[in-house]
Write a protein that binds this ligand. Structure first.
Ligand code: NAP
Length: 251
């Protein structure tokens, strides 16, 4: 229960990696705000089900709706968490989308949607959540980047730019916040089995598997373990780092 007493906010937590992170932080004793975006009615149901699961396991959680691209919504989300639990200790910038296509075929919307969700969304949530962390002189910001943000990827110039931007953002905010005892790190997953990767054609999946030294795709729980470590006291001297978690593809 090493996160007992801590308050966390995980964006895009109703499914996939975000859901695994929310469950892991709760299992370590943190209270968890589960962010979802109400694009479909089922998203609220998923978020509320997760809150119920955490509560049943003896944890404390709340669901909070916000489209993180929207400045007012992101601010209201942070205020809702602060109103309920009086602080935020841990922010996980997890929400993200992809709109993959080759650059020459890319629409402006596909570019803007991905940058606005993955980069602007993280910027907004970080800016608003930092206020509480600065007051208490303790905080953890962990952003989910991607190996695509380090090495690039064909068909993902928008996604890779957003995730590379997130890395540069992480390193900069880590420098700004070091004196406040707030650590700011990014994790860069490779191929993790979620709704995002389910969409890929089976030939692409097989080709990717052949490149992984550990000979399996990652599970959301693999990423959640790393995030929980970075959120803990044990990681108190790690900041401005990007930690790859990809089964050994890019050593
Ligand atoms: P996922 O299953 O598609 O989940 C993404 C989550 O983000 C969903 O809950 C989604 O909500 C939420 N979201 C999207 N736009 C949002 C917005 N505007 N406001 C609030 N929430 C929003 O994807 P995942 O695989 O778990 O990915 C989680 C993170 O890991 C992403 O940042 C992704 O880029 C990164 N990542 C994933 C992989 C991988 O292999 N899966 C690899 C590297 C990095 P809805 O349910 O409404 O869509």
């Amino acid at each position: 229960m090493e996160l007992e007493g801590k308050v966390s906010l995980v964006t895009g937590a109703s499914r996939g990696i975000g859901k695994a992170i929310a469950l892991k932080l709760a299992s370590f004793g943190a209270r968890v705000a589960v962010n979802y975006v109400a694009i479909e009615a089922s998203n609220k149901v998923d978020a509320d089900n997760l809150v119920e699961s955490i509560t049943r396991l003896g944890g404390e959680a709340m669901s909070v709706e916000a489209d993180i691209r929207d400045s007012e919504a992101a601010q209201a989300m942070v205020e809702q968490v602060n109103d309920k639990w009086s602080k935020i200790d841990i922010l996980v910038n997890n929400a993200g989308i992809n709109r993959d296509t080759l650059l020459l075929r890319m629409s402006d919307n596909a570019w803007d949607d991905v940058i606005n969700t993955n980069l602007r969304g993280a910027y907004l949530c970080t800016k608003f959540a930092l206020r509480s962390m600065m007051r208490q002189e303790w905080g953890r910001i962990i952003s989910i980047s991607s190996v695509a943000g380090i090495v690039g990827n064909t068909g993902q110039s928008n996604y890779a730019a957003s995730k590379g931007g997130l890395i540069a953002f992480t390193k900069s905010v880590a420098r700004e916040m070091g004196s406040r005892n707030i650590t700011v790190n990014a994790v860069a997953p490779g191929y993790i089995i979620t709704g995002m990767t389910d969409k890929l054609p089976s030939e692409t999946r097989e080709a990717m598997l052949a490149m992984i030294p550990l000979q399996r795709f990652g599970q959301p729980e693999d990423v959640a373990e790393l995030v929980a470590f970075l959120a803990s006291e044990r990681a108190g001297y790690i900041t401005g780092q990007v930690i790859t978690i990809d089964g050994g593809v890019f050593p």
